[in-house]
Design a protein around this ligand. Structure first.
Ligand code: PEP
Length: 250
């Protein structure tokens, strides 16, 4: 079985004091033994430097929530992949539905961001997912395949280096989780799409995100094509995040 990845997305939450306490509680809770899964926290950019220090040599990997589509230059407010790399960032979210919705990020922009991450040796966690209206119109497959196709098209053989996160928009932060069966169905579609693009699709990780909690994690994570979780709200409380980690099948 593939090793799962549990990634926390802190979004725009926390502060210096709270974030340090959260990281320290996670490190203490995980202990020094072998973990059931790889673990990452995707933190607000201003906390990358501090979080890198707090994480030290722990098993928790550092992640960012966004990366510029450009390598460098006159792009005020943007942060490049190289800059993230300097702070030990291993993963970066691209195409999170909140970026697509509130920052009008198109499939093309998401794809360029994934490319920048890959060029800099950072794993992009490419988020795809349908809105409730799209699901109700029977367009789930069409939407997620279109979103992933753009990234596959622009990233050639490097595609096997990405992580995909299926995040139904209607399940993010709403407390409504896709059932394990609903999620598995979409993950299988995404796996098939990856298989058509690369011989390495079986070793690629497809995460589920959308109101994952300690209560539903075990069932979701036991599905054959669910290789981990992207966790928002529950990543802000160490007991909840650690319980999701503990739910990973060994
Ligand atoms: C997310 O923001 O990626 C997410 C999955 O959030 P939540 O777990 O709160 O639904």
């Amino acid at each position: 079985m593939k090793r799962k990845l549990i990634a926390g997305n802190w979004k725009m939450n926390g502060g210096l004091v709270a974030n340090e306490a959260l990281v320290k509680a996670l490190i203490a809770g995980m202990g020094t033994g072998t973990q059931a899964a790889d673990v990452a926290v995707c933190v607000p950019a201003v906390y990358l430097a501090s979080t890198q220090l707090w994480l030290g040599a722990s098993a928790i990997q550092l992640g960012a929530q966004d990366v510029s589509q450009h390598a460098s230059g006159a792009f005020t407010g943007e942060i490049s992949g190289q800059m993230l790399k300097e702070f030990g960032v291993r993963h970066v979210l691209v195409g999170h539905s909140e970026r697509r919705q509130y920052h009008a990020e198109s499939d093309a922009v998401v794809s360029l961001k994934a490319k920048q991450a890959l060029v800099c040796g950072i794993t992009p966690i490419v988020c795809v997912g349908e809105t409730l209206a799209e699901r109700e119109a029977g367009k789930t497959e069409e939407v997620v395949k279109r979103q992933l196709a753009a990234v596959i098209h622009d990233n050639g053989h490097c595609i096997s280096e990405i992580v995909v996160a299926y995040e139904p928009v209607w399940a993010i932060g709403t407390g409504k989780t896709a059932s394990a069966e609903q999620a598995q169905q979409v993950h299988a579609v995404l796996r098939a799409q990856l298989k058509a693009a690369t011989a390495h699709a079986d070793r690629m990780r497809i995460l589920y995100g959308g109101s994952m909690t300690a209560a539903n994690a075990a069932h979701l994570l036991s599905q054959p094509d669910i290789d981990g979780g992207l966790v928002g709200g529950a990543s802000l409380k160490s007991p909840d995040f650690l319980a999701i980690l503990a739910a990973c099948p060994c």
